[in-house]
Design a protein around this ligand. Sequence first.
Ligand SMILES: CCCC/C=C/CC(=O)SCCNC(=O)CCNC(=O)[C@H](O)C(C)(C)COP(=O)(O)OP(=O)(O)OC[C@H]1O[C@@H](n2cnc3c(N)ncnc32)[C@H](O)[C@@H]1OP(=O)(O)O
Length: 386
Amino acid sequence: MAIAAWRLAQRWCPSFPVVQLHMNRAAMTASQKDFENAMNQVKLLKKDPGNEVKLKLYALYKQATEGPCNMPKPGVFDLINKAKWDAWNTLGSLPKETARQNYVDLVSSLSSSLESSSQVEPGTDRKSTGYETLMVTSEGGITKITLNRPAKKNAINVEMYHEIMRALKAASKDDSSITVLTGNGDYYSSGNDLTNFTDIPPGGVEEKAKNSAILLREFVGCFIDFPKPLIAVVNGPAVGISVTILGLFDVVYASDRATFHTPFSHLGQSPEGCSSYTFLKIMGPAKATEMLVFGKKLTAGEACAQGLVTAVFPDSTFQKEVWTRLKAFAKLPPNAMRISKEVIRNREKEKLHAVNAEECSVLQERWLSDECMNAVVNFLSRKSKL
Ligand SMILES: CCCC/C=C/CC(=O)SCCNC(=O)CCNC(=O)[C@H](O)C(C)(C)COP(=O)(O)OP(=O)(O)OC[C@H]1O[C@@H](n2cnc3c(N)ncnc32)[C@H](O)[C@@H]1OP(=O)(O)O
């Protein structure tokens, strides 16, 4: 029974082994008082812990107070309640006491991780803390922004969109010469986190679509306006928005393990990241249509042949070869590089902002379509994958 509960808990809470350690050490279950304290602590958290954690907290709370989920499953379009139901239902027959303890432990690990992430690491000015979804370092003239949700294939949730914008703004002002974006783990990024669509505000799906279009426009705008050389180090497969914005990078290096996939039609969506303009310029309309309309997945070699990728390296030597080049670039005079980028890119900026605005407004409509909603529901209910 205890092993079953442990396995179950591991499934819904990746940090569970850590939590479990605390439990074993303390060899006790949380009292009702601990549980109530934890509930109060949640209200005091200074930072939003994100949807995934909120769903875990919800599920554990329900399990601890009501026991196993025996409510009828909400309809497919009732996205929020369905996500909540799924989270609770996943806990199966986890005993109430264990759920209560796990709730207390999760809140405690959450409070300490959110507190510590806002503290500056003593004795170093190289690693920027205060990011939940990224690792940001600055060293030897290179600011490196690493997408850091490997367990989710570096899917970009709302928090990550905001953090990337924050990191880019900081990098544009710091003393580095070049900026690099890469991914931690086996993926570069699986694109937009599809659970972003489940957090529906009081104004309903229309408000959600409007807010998402505003966020997307601002996000892509940061790439259009980024003033220093921006290099993508594509360490593995890239999907959706992580591919489209590559057209706004100055150089794209890829491992031969990387693939480039923009399955917008499959998802009932349409191109973003200015790809409806940049991809046509880079690879011509027919190849761009194969990717953006028909969702053709390119190998790194194909993406390189089509001009989206600058160079491809064998995965075994990828990091070594790429970083040797990047370190050499970072030694070049920074002002000359910035000004050259300005000369190359500036005349396109106005056009790119106009394209970005148009793409976002088309997408705002698309997100409300049955085609898009069905695709998201199918992914979230584990019925489909790319
Ligand atoms: C607000 C601005 C909006 C801008 C819009 C942009 C458009 C796009 O970016 S469209 C592209 C959207 N991305 C996808 O459709 C990818 C969906 N993911 C998949 O099809 C598969 O996960 C994968 C092919 C990428 C990987 O498959 P694999 O079998 O290797 O791994 P999984 O077990 O599926 O993944 C591990 C883990 O990660 C979760 N996950 C992966 N990608 C996403 C994602 N894009 N959104 C949400 N969650 C994702 C996956 O569910 C697994 O989670 P669990 O371990 O909890 O089951």
